[in-house]
Design a protein around this ligand. Structure first.
Ligand SMILES: [Zn+2]
Length: 246
């Protein structure tokens, strides 16, 4: 089984200038075909920039390279868009699900709370990063509810794939934000998405993390220290990570 680590949206801070990050999407070969965890921006986002993307561009440095679209990277790996049978979303912010229209045949797996937050009226400032047109093509959704099942220390819902995958509720950054666990050949991979800063970097100020990413980062740091055998990744990783996994 192979997991490809794709950077599907580079976004760099103006200050400090060394804060250069990419949005991590996982492309996983499973017995049910290719599974993509998050999509990054879609091809149309490069042509018709959404309002929230323009705001992002005003406050940070966004190279806007359309070759970063997941569908193009997957093509360079020798796959067709329809080979991606399933998409698992950690949450539905524009930089994580903008590529949905590039995979109209894929079934979309997401927590019910996230889907409802996306479809409902904005209630808090992080809801402003939802872009309704990203589901205008009417994808087939598979929604997950709260569960009593567990993966290690965490409540988790089993995803219907082999190798084993789990959706791990880490609500806070958005109302239905989740992490995703994959049983890779080398052991567990726990992608905590936007519940912790780049690569669980502890130098990012805690108050900023709590305000933007929610309450889970301290617990995830503790878990990481207690479980060195579990590889952990985040929704946005420092750019050198992507060079290291090439
Ligand atoms: Zn987000």
């Amino acid at each position: 089984m192979t997991i490809h680590f794709l950077n599907c949206f580079t976004c760099n801070a103006r200050v400090p200038a060394h804060w250069q990050s990419g949005t991590l999407c996982l492309l996983i070969e499973t017995n049910q075909g290719l599974v993509l965890v998050d999509t990054g921006l879609g091809q149309d986002d490069y042509v018709h920039r959404t309002g929230v993307l323009r705001t992002f561009q005003a406050v940070s440095i966004v190279p806007m390279n359309p070759e970063e679209a997941a569908v193009r990277q997957i093509g360079r790996l020798g796959y067709r868009p329809e080979d991606v049978r399933h998409i698992v979303l950690t949450h539905m912010h524009f930089d994580h699900c903008g590529g949905l229209p590039d995979f109209p045949h894929a079934r979309v797996h997401v927590h019910r709370r996230e889907y409802e937050a996306f479809m409902g009226r904005p209630r808090r400032w992080t809801d402003l990063a939802y872009v309704r047109r990203h589901v205008a093509h009417g994808p087939q959704f598979e929604l997950y509810d709260d569960t009593t099942a567990r993966w290690l220390d965490f409540e988790a819902a089993r995803l219907p794939f082999e190798p084993e995958m789990w959706l791990v509720p880490l609500f806070g950054h958005t109302r239905g934000h989740c992490g995703v666990v994959v049983h890779a050949d080398t052991g567990w991979l726990f992608h905590v998405a936007d519940a912790a800063p780049m690569g669980l970097d502890e130098s990012v100020p805690g108050l900023l993390v709590h305000l933007v990413l929610g309450p889970h980062a301290p617990r995830l740091h503790e878990f990481s220290a207690a479980h060195p055998e579990v590889r952990m990744t985040t929704g946005h990783m420092w750019l050198d990570f992507f060079a290291s996994v090439k």
